[in-house]
Each structure stands twice: as C-alpha cells, then as structure tokens.
Design a protein around this ligand. Structure first.
Ligand SMILES: [Zn+2]
Length: 933
C-alpha cells in the first residue's frame, strides 16, 4: 500500500516546490518531518443479534482469532449494482475444526447477516446466528447444535450499504456515473464479506460477481464464464486465486473503460506472455496510454531482480476515483487517478516520478506481500519497507532522470525527523491493540524501513543482498514469513550473521547519532574516532544511552598519482559506544565525511574544524546524496541545540546555489522558520529580503520558462526557488507575474477555460497558490467555478490549492467551509485545512473552525483510508505553549476514538512541545541575526 503522507497530500495541492511543501509540512506536521498516516474506523452498524451464549471455553478473542479453526478456502458471491445504495452476498468457507464447538469466531463489520449455517462433513447443516462482539468487526456464529471436530463448511448470507468513502467496498460517482471499488488493507475486507481477516490466514478465494449486464466486473483472477442472472443482471464467474490473505482480494464494478494492452513479453524468468490491462472510469481509458506503455517494463525489471516470474495469471492496473494512495491487490492493483492517468507532455515532474515509484512499489509487493505475506502485522515492514526501497530502486533503474535514488535519500531524512521523537515506533513493533495495526503503516515502516534496507544492501553488497532476497522468497512462496525468516535467509546468503546488526535497527526506535573526529597525531596512521548515542532534539525527554551496530562508511581524500587527490572509502561496523577507525592514508586527509553516499541511517556531527574543512574543501567531491546528508547534519546540529541559529544559517547559505533542489532548499527551511516565527514582527521584512537575496540569482538563471532538453533536476529547482521567492521572499514583482499567469491559466475575465500554456506545468501550483492568497471575491468565484467543472485531479489540486490559500477573512471562511462541501472528493477534503492551518495569517481561525466542526469532519474522515489519523496530526501546526495546552485538552478524548489516534496524538503533542522549546531558545537568536541585517 502507498498511503497519503502529509507531503503527498500537500503535493496534490498542486505544487511540488519543496519550499512551499516544507513550509506547509513544517507548519502542518511538526518541526521536522512530514506526519505519517493511519486509519480510523466507523463503529459497527448493528447487525442481527444472536441469542445463544458462548460456551465457557469460547471466550471472545480480544485481538486475534483463535488458532484452532483453520480456514482452507472461501467462495464469495457478491451482487454489486453501483446505482443502488446496498450490496448483498453469500460466502462459503471451508474450515477444519480442531475440536467440537458451538461457536465460531469470524470477522464481519457493518454487515447485516440474514442467515448462516455450519455443515460438518457428512452431516446436516446446523443453523447458526450472528452476533457483533465488538466495534472492530469481531463476531460470533452461535451454532444451534454441536459441530464435531473435522472439516466443515460455513455458509453466511448478508447485505450492507456501500461505504461512502474509500475503504471496504465503497461506492464512488465520477461525472455522474456510479462505480464500486474496494480497499481492504489493513482490516477492511470484513466490511465487504465475512472472513478470517488476518494476514496469516492465507487461502484461495473464488469470486462470483452478479452485476448489471453491460457493466465491467474485475477481480484478482481472469473471468471463467458468465450467464444471465435475471432482472438485467449477469453472473460473472472468476478463476480461483492462488492463496491470498483477505486484505489482497479486490473487486471493481461499473461501466468502466477496460483497455487491453500488449501482453508483457516473455523474458529470462517467464516463458508465457502476461496479459496486461488498464481500467479507468468511463471515457478516460485513453488517458492510460502512458501508464500501460511502461507498466510491463517495470514488471519485467522486478522479475529480473527477483529471479522469480510474476506469480499470477494477469495484471490489471486500475485508476480509482477518490482513492487515497495505491494498493497491491494480487493481479488487480489499484491507484488513485493521477498516479495512472497522465500525459507525459503536460504532467509535472513530480507526477511522472510518482508514477514510476508507486507502480514499482505496488508491483514489488506482488512478491513481497502477495507471494510471501507477513505472518502478522508486527512484520508490516516485510511488506512496506521492501516495497518502498524497491520502488525507488527500480524507478532509478528504469529512468535515472527521475532520481529515485535521491528521493530515497530525501525519504531517509523525513524518517529521521519522526524517529527522533520519543513517541516513535520501532520498525518491528509488537502489536498489542488494533490501534497498533493502523499505526504500523507509518513513515517508520515505510521510510525508515526502506532506508535501513538500503544501508544493509550497501554494506553486504548488492549481489549478496539479492541472493538473500531470492532465497527468502523461494522458501516461503505462497506462504507467510517473519523477520526471523528473512534475516536467516540474508545471513545464509552472506555466510555470516547479519541478523544481530539488522535487529539493532528493527527492534528499537530512534536514530543513531555518530560523533566523528579526525585524529592525526604523533606519527600514528590517521584515524577517525567515532562515538554513538541516540539522537535527541533539544527538549526531548528521551534517553540518549542507546547503541546500534552501525555500518559506518567514511569518505576522505588521499594523495593520488596525479595532481588530483584520490577519494577513498573505509567502512566498519560500529558496535561499541566508541571506536577508532584507521584510514588507509599515510598523511592526514584534508577532510573526512562520515557517511559515504549518505546511505547510513544515522545523523552525524563533526568537530568545528572538521566541519569547516567539509564546507570549504569537500563539497565538490561529495555526490548529491552526500550533500543532502550534509545539509541534514546541519539541521541536526541546530535541533540538537549544539549550533545556534546564526552559525547554522551561515553554514547552510552556500547550499542555496546547489544544482540539486533537495540540497538547495536546505537554507530555505531555516529562513522559512524565521518567517513563520516573526509573522507579526516588523523584522519579518528583513527575513523576506534575506530570502530574496538567497534565491533571486538561482531563479534568474532559470527563468519562468523551461529550456529545451532541460533536466528534471533543473525543472524542480526552478519550482523550488520560485516557491521560496513568492512565499517566504514575498517578491513583489514575481508575485505580480504569478498572479497574471494564474489569471491567464483559468481564463479569468475571458473564456473561463483552463489554458495550460499560460504557465509551466511545474510552476502552475505555485502561481495559483499565490493568486489564491491575494484573491478577491470575484477571483475566488472564478477559481471555484473552474474547480467545480474540472475532472482531472492534478488540475483540481492546483485550483483547490489556490482556494485553500485565501487570506481575506471572508474568503478564508469560505475556503474552510469547502471541507464539508460535497463538491470535494473524499481524498480532497483535508486540503483546505492544510492550506488554512499552514499559514500564520489564517491558522487561528482554521483551528477554531476545526474544533467547531470536529464531529462532522471526523465522521466523514472515518471512512477515508488513514483519514482520522491525518486529521489528528493537523493539530501539529502550532509552536506555542498556549496552543500546546489547547490541542492537548481538545484532542485527548477525541483521538482515543480514532483507530491509531492515541499514538498519532502523542507524536503530534511531542512535536509541538519540541518546537516550543526550540523556539524559546532560538527566537532571540533569530531576532538578533535579522536585526543586524
Ligand atoms: Zn506498499
């Protein structure tokens, strides 16, 4: 699964500019990192109550179903008519009972059960009644007689309303046409049909869909036959799946466009041609051309890496309206629309990169997750960390210009922000409650997990690592596996113990802090003294006394044969608290960089002298990943409290001229923070002048229009610099030009149509955002009119971003009310709140509004995947004591009612608190710095 992270959500506001993103995400998601997602759940709708009492030995399971009932197959027939409000169905589940019983525990949530029975092998059907036993979907079939040990078949008939949202079996309407789709991970298959809804129950499913004649019906396997079912319906039968957990089953029904693409050709590991299709809402099939043209290339790259052919009969990729993120259903992978519906000629660069990364991520799951499934949710990382790492890796391989490798470096730095908090989970986290299942889909699992895998891949060497991966997948194909299984395979491939070191990153939270000091004394060979502890920001209550076994690689120059020095790399495993690493050099190197290629999952600090040497001598020898890591080490020093504001900003300033947008944005983060803290201070104008001085030259070099043959890096840099100049720099001339272009873009005072040529596609989001900030009522109305008739999600994101930016009090009020406006899709609802909470000018009113409308907003978000947790994390926009208390008082009881809410609230409050501590220490320094300018 790919979930809507904070920054992904902000991206859909229509901009990719890191400056704007950073300011929104910093404002919205705490002092350092983007907030992760999670999921809420609606309370169970009442279903038919049973009457029989449980036998004394059949107590209600609190978290997991009993292990003495073994499902072996499930047949599902669903009648799905998207034009109606309810669906109905029946299931037959084959089970083995280890002992005789009167009760069988199952999952079903919000289903009305009309009849049920259990038929033992060779016996008569025993009537049964259904009772909901809790609001998370655990229920009991109470049998009217004893079912003996042995094989039996459970039969259940039921009906339920479609979910209005994007989880379970949900109904969505686009351009007036209704469709039904599914999203089951983590625990929402139970909303569509009764099942054993845990990943360890991996069984074959056989689906039949009864749908209106003329509708398309899609599931995990190819169609096996169809016949008329009366009343204008047709019964479509499908092949039996390979063993799957319930969360990987998927359905889609409606008058969909189904586009048959060329089969994916056989390759070195697959001898059969593989059928490939694309699915989109009616009339939008041709927008799948790009996605279908390249999906086979990405799939083949994965087959080659794994050395195992794609495990299923066919591959369908589905563009699903209103979906949050994407989902790896076996053979029927679902994506939100902009991930698949794109034209490479007009798509902004972030959209093309997202296509490659997310398609590779979901396809990688067909092996990591689908073929081999984690045994339980404590190993969600075995799915998601791998897919995250693989998504970037394959994207980098498929189109290096998309810079998947650098995106992973960026993701690492995001994860490090979250992982610095005391409230952070560990990657391999025991599951004590259902909340923990929801929380396991966070940026620790995805981004930290992916980064740790990349670190060990580099440490072992890519070939050894690949061998371990292949061994693991072959050993557990079509089954389940645990962390121990994977680490065992890796150790076996490496011929040594890898698990012990790996586990220090899996089984404890936190980011290692490596202090490195070059020592060249007394004729001894030069060495680097290393010291490790847990990285903790200033104000943290955490314990720094932690150790890891860290693969540390040090880069440094030695005298070469020619005039240029030769760059060397020395690696070692730092297991103790302190150690010396000898360098392969006879003379003292001019500099040392203690995280070669930026692959190490740790933060580092250098002595002042070593830091100055890196800054003045090493930068030209560092690759982009290393420069990103270096920039982040400055942020670490600031957040740690070891380097004050003036010093850190002056160190970061030269990075503004970097060719890589991720590095060039680093000083902007410090300036943006000052702009935020001094929101109502006259000194703010000096911050703005400083911002302009920093970014005007790099932007002037690039201009408003891209050059022929320009790199994606340059396109992103332009967007980055412009966003920073417009938002933090308040550059009057550029703002006027942005507004002029935004007006032309929406045909303002002209035809009211979209004119994509009016502004570069990578700058359209920035221009519209600024125009929205300064909108008057007439322009706001024009934006709203354009938004309302727009169907393309990227265009909608830009227009909604502009509406969300409104600062005029009356227009800001209208922007907030959009949250509950039916014209917004479920996956757009929070955008106006991100926009309003993200700006100091509108934040307080937005906070009041959110409190006043909490019940309505949280009710709607409860059926959006990870919606409830996103809502809780929005309160992390504050950085003062008064709001720290307000958020605590308001949220405490409410977050407890949201699945995964308590941990997200703990993190949100910790982020606010750390920001308050940082601000009280550094705001005087910020004032002093800008007073002198
Ligand atoms: Zn995933």
């Amino acid at each position: 699964m790919v979930a809507e992270l904070c920054c992904r959500a902000v991206k859909l506001l229509g901009t990719s500019a890191p400056a704007l993103l950073a300011s929104l995400c910093i404002a919205a998601c705490g002092p350092e990192a983007a907030a992760p997602p999670s999921t809420p759940q609606t309370p169970a709708a009442p279903t038919q109550a049973g009457t029989a009492a449980a036998a004394p030995d059949e107590t209600r399971p609190t978290l997991r179903l009993p292990t003495d009932v073994h499902p072996s197959a499930e047949a599902i027939e669903l009648t799905v008519r998207p034009e109606q409000d309810r669906f109905s169905g029946r299931v037959d589940m084959d089970v083995t009972l280890d002992r005789g019983r009167r009760s069988i525990w199952l999952h079903a949530l919000g289903l009305h059960v009309s009849s049920a029975s259990v038929t033992p092998d060779g016996g008569a059907a025993i009537p049964a009644s259904w009772t909901d036993e809790d609001d998370r979907g655990v229920g009991r079939l109470a049998l009217a007689g004893d079912a003996p040990a042995g094989h039996a078949r459970i039969h259940v008939e039921f009906d339920a309303p479609f979910v209005s949202g994007n989880k379970g079996l949900f109904k969505v309407t686009e351009a007036g046409v209704p469709y039904a789709f599914t999203q089951f991970e983590a625990t929402d298959a139970r909303r569509a049909f009764p099942c054993f809804d845990e990943p360890g129950f991996k069984i074959p499913f056989t689906a039949t869909l009864v749908v209106p004649d003329g509708d398309q019906a899609i599931t995990n396997t190819p169609e096996a036959g169809r016949e008329p079912a009366g009343q204008g319906l047709v019964r479509v039968r499908f092949g039996t799946t390979k063993p799957l957990p319930s969360y990987l089953v998927a359905f889609a029904v409606g008058t969909l466009d189904v586009v048959k693409a060329t089969d994916v050709a056989p390759n070195g590991v697959r001898s059969r041609p593989l059928p490939l299709r694309g699915v989109a809402p009616k009339g939008r099939g041709q927008e799948l051309t790009y996605a279908l043209a390249h999906a086979g290339e990405i799939l083949s790259a994965l087959e080659t890496y794994f050395g195992i052919e794609y495990p299923y009969e066919k591959m369908d990729i589905l563009a699903v309206p209103e979906m949050s993120g994407a989902m790896e259903n076996a053979g029927a992978v679902t994506f939100n629309e902009p991930m698949l519906l794109l034209d490479p000629k007009t798509a902004p660069i972030w959209q093309r990169a997202e296509y490659a990364e997310v398609v590779a991520h979901e396809f990688a799951h067909q092996w990591f997750g689908d073929l081999v499934t984690m045994a339980w949710w404590d190993d969600t990382w075995l799915n998601e960390s791998f897919a995250e790492w693989m998504g970037y890796k394959i994207s980098q391989q498929w189109d290096p210009s998309l810079q998947g490798d650098l995106e992973l470096a960026n993701a690492t730095q995001n994860a490090i922000g979250t992982d610095s908090l005391v409230s952070a989970r560990q990657i391999h986290q025991p599951i004590a409650t259902a909340d923990d299942i929801e929380n396991s889909f966070d940026d620790i699992t995805y981004q930290k997990g992916g980064s740790v895998i990349a670190m060990f891949e580099r440490w072992l060497g890519p070939d050894v690592f690949q061998k371990g991966v292949r061994q693991h997948l072959s050993q557990h194909r079509f089954g389940n596996a645990t962390a121990d299984d994977f680490l065992g395979a890796l150790s076996s491939a490496a011929g040594r113990d890898v698990g012990s070191a790996f586990r220090t990153f899996l089984d404890q939270p936190g980011v290692p802090f490596v202090e490195a000091q070059l020592a060249c004394t007394g004729g001894a060979p030069p060495h680097v003294h290393l010291k490790q502890s847990r990285f903790l920001p200033r104000g943290s209550a955490g314990d720094p006394n932690r150790t890891w076994q860290i693969p540390v690689c040090i880069k440094y120059p030695v005298a070469g044969t020619g005039r240029e020095p030769q760059i060397k790399e020395t690696c070692s495993l730092l297991g103790a608290t302190e150690a010396d690493v000898a360098l392969e050099a006879t003379a003292c190197p001019a500099w040392v960089f203690p995280n070669a290629h930026g692959t190490g999952y740790y933060r580092f600090a250098l002595s002042s002298a070593d830091l100055a040497n890196v800054r003045t001598k090493a930068l030209p020898s560092l690759d982009a990943r290393e420069r990103i890591t270096f920039a982040n080490s400055l942020r670490a020093a600031f957040n740690h409290g070891s380097t004050p504001y003036a010093e850190v900003l002056l160190a970061a300033e030269p990075l503004a001229a970097d060719a890589d947008p991720r590095v060039a944005s680093e000083p902007g983060g410090f300036v943006g923070m000052a702009h935020e803290w001094l929101a109502t201070d006259p000194l703010r104008q000096r911050v703005e002048a400083y911002a302009r001085r920093l970014a005007q030259a790099p932007f002037a070099k690039l201009g408003w229009t891209k050059q022929k043959g320009e790199t994606p890096e340059a396109m992103q840099l332009r967007s980055e610099m412009l966003g920073f100049l417009l938002d933090t720099g308040r550059d009057a001339a550029l703002r006027a030009e942005a507004k002029r272009r935004a007006a032309a873009y929406i045909g303002y005072h002209k035809d009211g149509a979209i004119h994509p040529d009016a502004v570069d596609e990578n700058l359209a989001g920035e221009a519209l955002w600024i125009a929205g900030q300064d909108a008057d009522a007439a322009f706001f109305d024009a934006l709203l009119a354009a938004f309302t008739k727009q169907t393309d999600d990227v265009m909608r994101g830009r227009l909604l971003g502009a509406l969300s930016a409104a600062r005029d009090p009356q227009l800001a009020a209208r922007a907030r009310d959009l949250v509950l406006d039916d014209r917004l899709k479920h996956n757009e609802m929070l955008q106006p709140l991100w926009g309003q909470l993200g700006q100091p000018e509108t934040r307080e009113d937005a906070w009041k509004w959110l409190q006043g409308h909490w019940d309505a907003v949280s009710a709607r978000m409860s059926t959006v995947n990870f919606g409830g947790e996103q809502l809780v994390s929005m309160a992390g926009t504050f950085c003062d004591e008064s709001h720290e208390k307000q958020v605590t008082d308001f949220m405490q009881g409410r977050a407890a009612k949201i699945d995964g809410g308590p941990r997200v609230l703990a993190r949100t409050l910790e982020e606010i608190h750390l920001c308050v501590v940082k601000r009280s220490a550094e705001e005087p320094n910020v004032r002093k710095f800008f007073s002198k300018r």
